[in-house]
Each structure stands twice: as C-alpha cells, then as structure tokens.
Ligand binder design. Structure first.
Ligand code: F6P
Length: 506
C-alpha cells in the first residue's frame, strides 16, 4: 500500500534541517542580504520577463523581489523536499490532512466537476451537486417570485447572519461582484454580537421583503445564534410566528439545531465537516451571495476556483503560482525575518479582500505546534493586513516606505483604471528603487529595496475572483506543509469562547 502523506515523519529539526533550507540560509547570508533590488534589475535587463508567471486570468509579476534564478531553484527544492507534490495529491484524494480534527480538506471538491472525480468516495462529496441544484432552484424561485415572503411580497433584501468564514466570504464577494447584483436585489450582513448592525438594518428594512440567511457550520456560534434569535424576534414582532418559516433559510452542517430554530427542510442547505469555515464560501455558505448575484455568477466563481485548482495540481513546482507565492512568503518570513505582509488591492471592489485573507492566513497559519505534536522549529504565519490601494497610500504607506520594518507587499491590480494602474506601479517602483543616493536631507531619503508582488488581472469578474481566492487558499496550504503544521484546524480560538460562555453563565 502506498505511504500516506499524513504518515510522514518529521525530523526533530524539520524543516530547518532540510538541505534546501540550509542552502537558502547560506544564500541569504552570502548573496542576498545586502543586494539592493535595483542592482538585480541593473544586472539583468530581462529580469521583468524572467520573473513573471501566468495562470488563467492572472499574471503574477514577482520581479521586484529579493530573488534570482538561483533562489527560485533553491525554493523549488525546498518545496520538493517538503513533500509538496504528495501533500497536494493527498488533499485532492480526500486524505485526512486536517489531522487534529481527523478530517479531509475538500473545499476543492465544492468547485470540481463530477468528471474530475475529486475524492468521490469521501462521504458527502457525491452530494455536492445535489446541494448546488437545490440552491439553484431556490435562488431562481426567489428571483422569479415563486418563493415569497409571508405576506406575498417579493423577497429582495438578503441579510447574511454569520461570523468568521460564514460572514467574511459572502461579504467580501458580494462587494467584489457589486456589478453582478440582480436588479432589485440587495445584500446586507450581520456578524458582530453587540446588536448594532441588526439595529441599523431593522430601521431601514421592510420585514415583508427581507430574507435572513443564517450561516453557521456548527449552528452553535454565540454571535450568530444571538443575532439569528434577535432577527427572529423582530420578524415575529413585525409579522407573526408563522412568518419565521418564510423569512429564514440556513446553511449549516447541524440539522438538529436547524430543526430547533424552525428552519423548514426545503429552506436548509447542508454542507460537510470537510469544509472548513474559512473555506466555506464555495459551499451553501455562498447562498446569500448567490441570492444577490444569481446562480450563473456563483457558478462562474466556482469555475474560477476550479481553474486555479487544476493549475495547482498540474503545474511543476517552479511554475506553480500558489507554490511560488508561498515560497516567496517563506523566503521573507523565515530568512529575512519579516513579521507582516500587506495586501493592497488597487481595486475598491476588493476592499474586504485583506480582511478575508486575514482569516484565511492567520487562522490557518497561526500555529506553534507541528502535526506530530512537537513544537515548530521556525516562525509560522505572518501578520496579514491591508486596505484598498489609494486609501492606504494616504494612511499607512509612510511606514512601508520609510519605516524600519520589512513589509513585503502583494498588490492586486486590475486593468480597468489607468489612475489606479499609475498609482500602484508608482508605489511598487518607489518601494523598490527609492530615491537612490540623491543628496537630500536624511528625512527625505527613500532607501527603497522593499519587495512586492503584483497580481494583474483585467477586472474582478466572478472567474477572476474565484482564481484569486483559490490562489491564496493553496498558498496558505503550501506554507503549512513546509512548516509541518495543520493549516486546517483552529484550536486557538476555543479558550476565549469557553471563558466568554463561562462569564455569561454566571
Ligand atoms: O471561532 C472561529 C470559527 O470557528 C471560524 O473558524 C469560523 O469561520 C467561525 O468561527 C464561524 O463558525 P460557524 O460557521 O460554525 O458559526
């Protein structure tokens, strides 16, 4: 029987004892630590062309990084020596790579076609397409008016109630896909526990045309259940008890809890334990989004994700965009000592993308214990932060340009606005080149030498958004495999929840 990826034995000092890790450490000390990015460009006129990579609708320009062809080769060796190809196959095969929770990790199955045969034998996977069909029928009936509110009015205002992955995905994607909203449909969200979001919304919403989508994998999350119960009380107060059946739908894996809440069986949409919260936008958690943008757009998002999955699974390591992004991240994190990374979309439609990536990356990579229970031997997840481009220029770019810390940047750049393009590329250039040795007062000097990636795309279509999300999902996975951690659990959030519950029950 073939050896399982999850049975891999990590040496005591893994990954720092891998030959490629040692070579990279030496390469950093001897060749790269003191080399200015300007010099890398001066040495090689074709650099810009040599360090770009296309995948589907995305073009990654990674030329403004502290790396050479030799670095790239060593990084690819690191990926190979860390068993990345085996890890990728283990994920697609449905192996239980979320070891501490004993679960497979199959968000890739949510956007696959049946013919792709992704882990079809894993319980639940063959139901993916039934749920999609059920979602489609529901969405179409809401749009067509066959499913109405309790007083017979069309449902037009969709309120997503959820938190974490059950909120950030639908919120980020609904903003990104604003131009795809169906006429008359509107998206709203409620996540925080302080009651203010629901209070604001109920002042402006008509209960007769409002549909609440309660999203919670567990259907026990304190914030979500508090908000769902408050929304339920509002509906009962404004309409009547019976109206709950018309104005609430749910996406969850917990059918008993949906029963208790009073969600009717045709208004509930299931998913499976192998869908992590931060990977759940692709599942029924995407229902609120689908209700606003329509099922065709939702399916186009899935197909964008699938496109990146195929690239990830099939491309060689040194031409594999998620692998490359992960390796560049590791290069700065573990060799240059960078503590944080900024995500800067020059695209206001992606203004919540940094927040989305915060959960994806920090919940996945904020670990200090390896899969085998031993302490990790190097730093893991960086602090992720960011903001839409030009707004950020006028707030925190000062630190990026002249601060003492190294902050590698990912710029996301659509081709739709010449103004954004000029600003984004000017910033990338300023970060890299600085002002040279110009004879100016010290406080005016930009030393430059600050690295960035730029991800170019035409515009945020659903396909492009799907590719972008999947790109970062796989990037996070690859980093986790190299560090030897479980990227798919989140035990660190449990203690705070327990203590809050204890305080609330006294
Ligand atoms: O507490 C963290 C977390 O479990 C996230 O992983 C998850 O996305 C969020 O809470 C919401 O969980 P649920 O969908 O079960 O309500």
């Amino acid at each position: 029987m073939a050896k399982k990826y999850t049975d891999r034995k990590l040496s005591a000092r893994y990954p720092t004892d891998l030959p490629a890790w040692k070579k990279l450490a030496e390469h950093y000390r001897n060749d790269m630590r003191k080399t200015h990015l300007r010099d890398l460009f001066a040495r090689d006129k074709k650099r810009a062309l040599k360090f770009e990579l296309r995948s589907g609708d995305l073009l990654l320009d990674y030329s403004r990084n502290h790396l050479t062809s030799a670095t790239r080769k060593m990084l690819a060796q690191l990926a190979r020596q860390s068993d990345i190809p085996a890890a990728i196959e283990a994920m697609f095969a449905g192996e239980k790579i979320n070891k501490t929770e004993g679960r497979a990790v199959l968000h890739v199955a949510l956007r696959a076609k049946i013919a792709d045969t992704v882990a079809l034998e894993t319980p639940g996977v063959s139901e993916v397409w039934e749920v999609l069909t059920k979602m489609e029928s529901f969405v179409d009936q809401v749009h067509g008016g066959a499913i109405k509110g309790s007083t017979g009015k069309k449902l037009t205002d969709i309120v997503n109630i959820g938190i974490g992955g059950s909120d950030l995905g639908p919120v980020m994607a609904s903003r990104a896909l604003r131009t795809y909203w169906k006429d008359g449909m509107r998206f709203h969200s409620v996540s925080n526990i302080d009651g203010t979001q629901l209070d604001d919304l109920t002042r402006e919403l008509d209960p007769e045309t409002t549909l609440f989508v309660v999203c919670s994998k567990t259907f026990t999350t304190l914030e979500t259940m508090t908000n769902a119960n408050a929304a339920r009380a509002w509906v009962i107060d404004q309409l009547d008890e019976l109206a709950v059946q018309y104005h609430f739908v749910a996406a969850s894996t917990n059918h008993a809890a949906m029963d208790d809440f009073g969600i009717r069986s045709d208004f509930r949409f299931g998913f499976w334990d192998w869908v992590g919260g931060r990977y759940s936008l692709w599942s029924a958690v995407g229902l609120s989004l689908a209700l606003v943008v329509g099922m065709d757009t939702f399916k186009a998002l899935l197909s964008g994700g699938r496109r990146m999955d195929m690239h990830f699974r099939q491309s060689p390591l040194d031409e594999n965009m998620p692998v490359l992004l992960a390796l560049i991240g590791i290069w700065y994190n573990n060799f240059f000592g960078a503590q944080s990374q900024a995500i800067l979309p020059y695209d206001n439609r992606l203004d919540r993308f940094p927040a989305y990536l915060q959960q994806l990356q920090m919940e996945s990579s904020g670990k200090s214990v390896r899969m085998d229970g031993k302490p990790v031997r190097c730093n893991t997840g960086m602090i992720i932060w960011g903001e839409a481009g030009n707004n950020a220029q006028h707030s925190f770019y000062q630190l990026l340009h002249q601060g003492t810390r190294l902050v590698p940047v990912d710029f996301l750049l659509p081709a739709t606005s010449p103004l954004s393009t000029a600003n984004c590329l000017a910033q990338a250039e300023a970060l890299m080149d600085g002002t040279g040795d110009a004879d100016v007062e010290p406080y005016r000097v930009h030393v430059g030498n600050r690295p960035s990636n730029t991800i170019h795309y035409e515009s945020v279509t659903p396909e492009v958004l799907g590719q972008l999300i999947a790109l970062y999902e796989h990037k996070v996975f690859v980093e986790g495999v190299i560090w030897g951690i479980d990227s798919f659990d989140q035990w660190g959030v449990e203690l705070g929840k327990k203590l809050a519950n204890a305080r609330l029950s006294t």
